[in-house]
Design a protein around this ligand. Structure first.
Ligand code: KG4
Ligand code: ZN
Length: 340
């Protein structure tokens, strides 16, 4: 184990984040800035995101160190996401982290962003027994939609993933069609509470199809067809709410169907973990919990602030990778790796 605290940076999308963790994973401080400036465009603009990371990082890192009351000289290493993600932001965040590491004469640890989501469930305090391997991870965010068999640190098997949009992207696009704000997922969930999930019939893409791939584009098309008769007229409130509720139910239905298949492909799993922004959705969470319970499995979803992009997960993944390398007597991390 490293003997001092570690500092981690996340900058792969539109969250600029910094965290400081003790060697055992205890979070000493964390800050996340969800960038504004993207809402007018209805999605994340890579150039705006990269420039915002550049502007925000120095003060964010300084403030996080102050929160933890940590002197930079006591840090053991600096970690940052190096991919996958928007390359501009990754360059800014990892360049900053490498510069700081160089100045302090300590190692830089490159972290794969998806690996960080995958290992979050093992952070102390999330699952009572610390989420032993193997477990099934459902990663559902604006950028990712995958089922991953998490077998060990560095040992991941992708069982299936989306063949078109990510789940969060579908939520955002449908919310936009309904005239809601961005990001659309939480707004759509709010509107859906006033609606009837059985009111409007929608397709269940890839329903019962072999494997655990996902597809959401057909659902989006179906929604736009239901909206077409209204042209530019304002939508009746109840119709919009029914459509939102029916869409949300369709997503929950297909995701749980896909998860059932993924669990068939991974009979050794004892735990189902959901992560990513869409895992905040109550209807989806409840459906997943039920699916797990029916099979006698436990279900865990990290708290929302750790489900969405953050630097705590980056620091934790770096600590896990570091420990794994030490146990196997391997050189810890390739400093320059842009790990895919
Ligand atoms: O993990 P995240 O913060 O960022 C990445 O994409 O990496 O996920 C953001 C996505 C957005 O598409 C947002 O609309 C969706 O998660 N989301 C939700 C909810 N909260 C966030 N989707 C459905 N229901 C929610 N309550
Ligand atoms: Zn992410």
């Amino acid at each position: 184990r490293p003997d001092g605290p570690i500092l981690a940076i996340e900058s792969s999308c539109d969250e600029t984040a910094c965290a400081i963790l003790a060697p055992n994973g205890t979070v000493l401080a964390q800050r996340v800035i969800s960038q504004d400036g993207h809402a007018d465009f209805g999605g994340v603009v890579p150039e705006i995101a990269a420039r915002a990371h550049l502007a925000l990082l120095p003060n964010l890192v300084r403030a996080t160190l102050q929160d933890a009351n940590i002197a930079p000289a006591t840090l053991s290493f600096i970690a940052a996401s190096t991919g996958p993600g928007l390359i501009g932001g990754l360059i800014v965040g990892s360049g900053f982290a490498k510069g700081l590491a160089l100045a302090l004469g300590i190692p830089f640890v490159a972290v794969n962003h998806v690996e960080a989501h995958a290992l979050t469930a093992r952070l102390p305090g999330i699952v009572p027994d610390g989420a032993p391997f193997p477990y099934l991870l459902l990663l559902v965010s604006g950028g990712h939609c995958q089922c991953i068999a998490v077998e060990g640190v560095g040992h991941y098997r992708k069982l299936g993933g989306t063949i078109d949009d990510a789940a969060g992207e579908a939520f955002d696009k449908v919310a936009k069609m309904l005239g809601l704000g961005w990001p659309g997922g939480p707004e759509l969930e709010k509107l859906a509470r006033e609606g009837n999930p059985k009111a409007i019939s929608l397709p269940r893409p890839l329903w019962r199809r072999e494997g655990c791939d996902f597809s959401f584009s057909g659902l989006k098309t179906a929604i736009s067809q239901k909206l077409a008769p209204f042209g530019k007229e304002p939508l009746p409130r109840q119709f919009a709410a029914d459509l939102a509720a029916s869409f949300q139910q369709a997503v929950a239905d297909v995701v749980t169907n896909r998860i059932e298949h993924a669990l068939d492909m991974m009979p050794e799993a004892k735990l189902l973990v959901a992560a990513g922004g869409v895992a905040a959705n109550t209807v989806l969470r409840t459906a997943l919990e039920k699916t797990a319970a029916q099979r006698g499995l436990r279900f865990a979803a990290p708290p929302l602030r750790l489900c969405t992009d953050n630097a705590v997960m980056v620091g934790w993944a770096a600590l896990e990778t570091w420990r794994e390398a030490a146990e196997r007597n391997l050189p810890p991390i390739n400093d320059n790796a842009l790990r895919p």
